[in-house]
Every structure is written in structure tokens, then in C-alpha cells.
Design a protein around this ligand. Structure first.
Ligand SMILES: [Zn+2]
Length: 269
């Protein structure tokens, strides 16, 4: 196909045809639909303002991204705070040494921390400069604080799934919606038979309906692998309620499959 957009042949050497290949056509259409959606027009109002408008929009987005990078670079200065400079409170996990932090940072990122710190301020005999979060290990608490100061999760290759699960629980308990969103995305992106039970467990604890549904789907699809895995017995001991739900999901899936097969064979007969 001699496409007038992506052909490697310089236009003066090409015959004067205005044909466009499927890839360029679909690409242009999707780009316009996407930009219309950004403009708030919805994807249905094609053909909108054309591809040139799309190009202008893309340039604008690129400029905004550059500005954002500069802002992020500027805010990286807060790293000194993360290192404990001018800390005014100690946060203590279930194990290890207390970690220095800043009341203002904790209070600004979580309404729950804010309330805890205010309550502390108004006590006649204050607890002192330490808050205890014994449900976390030292490493988990460190990761939570890192997030509160940087807005970033540890890189997946550097962090065990269990820490992300603990951070999701923390996000739920301390009402940190952005952390919740990032943890959920991270767990969903890596969801498979080998970790679906853990995902189901944490989704249940955090009342995360979307994660629970997706994890349950993996459990049903990979039932053999999951149910005969090493961890299933231990999971069943801790999660009787979820086991009932898994059994029901498996049975109803089997019923649906049987019905579909019967219908197909009846039609085939
Ligand atoms: Zn093309």
C-alpha cells in the first residue's frame, strides 16, 4: 500500500495519489476520538476539529509534561525532609527503631493521621513525640513514609508483593486514596495464579470490590493450579468465608460451562 502519510518515499517522487494505509487511518481516527474525549466532547462526536488540531493538542500536552517534570524536580528538594531534617515526630512500627517524620506531612496526606495528631495535641498529658503504628513492620512503615514524601511506590523489581499489600491495607486504614489507587493498579498488573489468593485476601480486608472480582476470576480460571497449590490450605484456615465464595464461584462457573456445552451440542445435533 502506497500510503501518503507513512510512505518512506519522498512525496515528489511518489505518484500523485492520496491513499492512506489502514494503520494511519485507524491511528488518526483513534487520536481524534481520544482528543475529543479530553476536550469533553465524548468519543462519538467525530470528526471534530481534525488531525492538525490533534497535533497542536499534543504539543500542548508535551509542554505541560515538561513543566510538570520541572515542578517534580523542584519538589525533589523535599528529599531533605525525608532524610529527617527538622523532624518533629517519631513514628514507631511493631519492630525496629522509630523513624523521624514531620507532623505536617502526615497530617496533610491522611485525614486519619491529622485527627490522631490533633487529638494528641489537645491531650492534657501528651503522649510525647512518638506515634505507634504496631501493625506495620519497620520496613513497611518506611515504605509508607517514603510514599507520603514522594508520592511514589517502590519499583516493582525492588519490592516484594507483600509490602504493596501492606501499603494497600495502610491506604485503606489511614484513608490515603492515591496510595490505594497505585497499590490496586500494581497488584492488578501482576495478578496471576501464583498470587491470586493473596490478592483476594488483601482485597477482602480492604473492601476493594474491583480487586476482589478480578482475583476471583483468576482463581476460577486457574482453579486447578490455585486449589492444589501449597498456600491454599493455609489460606483456607484463615479465610473460611472466602473459601465458601470460591467454592460457589467454581460451581456456578462449572454450571455455566455445562449449560453452554449442552446448548452447543443440541444445536450441533
Ligand atoms: Zn500509512
Amino acid at each position: 500500500m502506497d500510503c501518503c502519510i507513512c510512505s518512506p518515499v519522498v512525496s515528489i517522487y511518489r505518484p500523485p495519489r492520496n491513499s492512506i494505509c489502514a494503520s494511519c487511518y485507524d491511528g488518526a481516527k483513534s487520536m481524534i476520538a481520544f482528543l475529543n474525549e479530553l476536550d469533553g466532547g465524548g468519543s462519538k462526536c467525530l470528526p471534530a476539529k481534525g488531525i492538525l488540531h490533534g497535533f497542536e493538542k499534543m504539543k500542548e500536552m508535551h509542554e505541560r509534561e515538561e513543566e510538570m517534570k520541572e515542578t517534580m524536580g523542584f519538589l525533589d528538594g523535599l528529599v531533605t525532609l525525608r532524610e529527617g531534617m527538622h523532624a518533629d515526630i517519631l513514628v514507631k512500627a511493631g519492630d525496629g527503631q522509630p523513624i523521624p517524620a514531620h507532623r505536617a506531612v502526615l497530617a496533610s496526606k491522611s485525614e486519619i493521621f491529622k485527627t490522631m495528631l490533633l487529638a494528641d495535641d489537645y491531650k492534657a498529658a501528651p503522649l510525647g513525640d512518638t506515634i505507634s503504628l504496631p501493625e506495620f513492620t519497620h520496613h513497611e512503615l518506611q515504605s509508607l513514609l517514603e510514599f507520603l514524601y514522594s508520592g511514589q511506590l517502590p519499583r516493582p523489581e525492588l519490592e516484594a508483593n507483600s509490602t504493596v499489600h501492606s501499603l494497600l491495607v495502610a491506604a485503606d486504614k489511614y484513608d490515603i486514596p492515591f496510595l490505594r489507587q497505585l497499590c490496586e493498579q500494581r497488584i492488578l498488573a501482576d495478578l496471576r495464579a501464583g498470587n491470586a489468593l493473596d490478592a483476594l485476601d488483601v482485597a477482602q480486608r480492604c473492601c476493594d470490590g474491583k480487586l476482589k472480582e478480578r482475583a476471583m476470576r483468576v482463581v476460577v480460571e486457574k482453579a486447578e493450579e490455585v486449589v492444589f497449590s501449597e498456600g491454599f490450605e493455609e489460606f483456607a484456615r484463615r479465610n473460611a468465608e472466602l473459601c465458601v465464595e470460591i467454592t460457589r464461584a467454581l460451581v456456578s462457573n462449572k454450571m455455566t460451562t455445562t449449560t453452554t456445552t449442552t446448548h452447543k451440542s443440541e444445536r450441533g445435533a
